[in-house]
Design a protein around this ligand. Structure first.
Ligand SMILES: Cc1ncc(COP(=O)(O)O)c(C=O)c1O
Length: 470
């Protein structure tokens, strides 16, 4: 007879009533912390040296009670992060996470499904595919379009480049760039999100393959420069493979001429991707979706639900009309997998293998709010940006962009401190969070509306913080 098994460690696998008690108090503690965060400063107040000293005591030799650890963690985060949950965070495109997506994280964490294959996770794979089809349809892509959730917009953009390379040279999958007769190039505007520099490196085509096309003075890709750059590359024997237009530039929320880029891509026979990581959420609004006209012609699209859709981090989407190229790009044989369904199983169609159930976040958010609830969310953000613009212009500031999305770039009146100094002072005050951005080579203060509940008085506080001269 073998010796009886030891019990599972209760610190890792507590019983049901212990779990319920801890979860209840965790919920209450998080709610209370959230209220303090919304009322308090935006910036971290953490003493890093003190935290390192505390961390040094975690040598993990003695177990500690979980309740104590949870309180410790909440307190450190309350003081140790820039608060996207504060309605005066006018920051990078990181949202205050909506509640349905937080619920989704609890459910996904609890069942912990493995989304690599439909064999092990039939329900999650179907739910994700359904959401992708709904967003693809909203963008006007054909019914046979497909895609998947990614951890980030960068992963989705990387996927677009791999698809473009695979379609451009069927032997790319086997031979890499040697499948091309000459060096390749991809095109995006000089206002693009800089992760593209890493993406061309990652994909093995090299940073020199990235062409930063000139803009029109307003921050949008200039079509004549795009055509000229492609023609000059072709004359030198270089092979163009991808145009990536941006729908909502990172610096100024501008939208490239999507139809014009699609047309050039079609004429040249190259892949057209639309990086709508942030701006893509405008598709939910009948009033705003026309701004993205032309997106329906794209070969592929990136949209991050963890930006303007306000789900928890990171929840990107890659959507494409070309299911076959996507499958060709990520094909692999693995007999041990519970299923191998081409064009369905995520491990056969994506960069990742093991996968979290990310899509539940957007499924629950969309299902709970409907398109109309989301339209209210994005239209409200645009209205907040308009209010901030109106208030700052009344104080003598100048607008440095004319985005119709929820991004405002502003320049101070003469005699004010420099942009960098103003931003530094606002952050030091903790009253609000804004960024320095550069658009068309000129620096400005960027105010991005990312919190779903920013109020008029929060805008007043922002204006006061920007105006404070001391
Ligand atoms: C236009 C655009 N594309 C891509 C990205 C990168 O997305 P992620 O941070 O999810 O990788 C960003 C991030 O702000 C962005 O603004």
């Amino acid at each position: 007879m073998s010796a009886p098994l030891s019990p599972a460690p209760p610190a890792l696998f507590p019983d049901g009533s212990t779990r319920a008690g801890i979860e209840d108090s965790l919920t209450r503690a998080l709610l209370a912390a959230g209220e303090r965060v919304a009322r308090g400063g935006v910036m971290p107040t953490l003493d890093r040296a003190a935290l390192r000293r505390e961390l040094a005591q975690f040598d993990f030799s003695q177990p500690r009670p979980l309740e104590e650890l949870l309180s410790w963690t909440i307190e450190r985060l309350e003081h140790g992060v820039v608060h996207m949950n504060n309605p005066r965070y006018f920051g990078l495109f990181n949202p205050a996470a909506n509640f349905p997506s937080q619920c989704a994280d609890r459910i996904a964490g609890s069942f912990n499904p493995q989304l690599a294959s439909s064999g092990s996770s039939p329900a999650p794979v179907e739910i994700e595919a359904h959401v992708i089809r709904a967003i693809a349809a909203r963008a006007g892509l054909p019914a046979e379009s497909t895609g998947h959730f990614t951890t980030s917009g960068s992963e989705a953009n990387y996927t677009a480049l791999l698809c473009a390379l695979t379609r451009a040279a069927p032997r790319f999958g086997e031979e890499g760039v040697r499948a091309f007769a000459a060096p390749v190039a991809m095109y995006t505007s000089r206002e693009c999100q800089p992760a593209w520099f890493k993406i061309v490196h990652q994909a093995g085509i090299g940073r020199e393959a990235l062409r930063l096309v000139g803009t029109d003075g307003r921050g949008c890709m200039d079509l004549r420069s795009l055509s000229a750059q492609i023609a000059s590359d072709k004359a030198r024997g270089i092979v163009p493979v991808l145009i990536s237009s941006t729908a909502g530039t990172t610096g100024a929320g501008m939208i490239d001429p999507l139809s014009g880029c699609a047309q050039i891509a079609k004429e040249q026979g190259i892949w057209h991707h639309v990086d709508a990581a942030w701006g893509g959420a405008a598709l939910v609004s009948e009033r705003l979706r026309g701004l993205l006209a032309g997106i329906e012609r794209a070969d592929s699209i990136t949209i991050d639900a963890h930006k303007w859709f306000a789900t928890t981090m990171g929840c990107g989407m890659f959507i494409t009309r070309d299911a076959q190229v996507l499958s060709e790009t990520f094909k692999v044989a693995a007999e041990f997998m519970p299923s191998s369904v081409t064009q369905l199983d995520p491990y056969l169609n994506t960069v990742q293998w093991s996968r979290r159930f990310l899509g539940l976040r957007l499924f629950l958010s969309l299902a709970a709010a409907g398109w109309s609830g989301y339209a209210q969310h994005v239209e409200r953000a645009v209205a907040v940006a308009a209010l901030a613009r109106q208030r700052l212009l009344a104080c003598g500031w100048q607008a440095a962009n004319d985005s119709q999305l929820a991004v405002l770039c502003v320049l101070p009146p003469p005699g004010y401190p420099t942009i960098r100094e103003i931003v530094k002072r606002v952050l030091a005050s903790g009253r609000a969070w804004v960024a320095v951005s550069k658009t068309e080579g000129r620096e400005a203060v960027r105010i991005c509306i990312t919190h779903g509940e920013t109020s008029a008085s929060d805008v007043e506080e922002l204006v006061a913080a920007l105006e404070a001269k001391a």
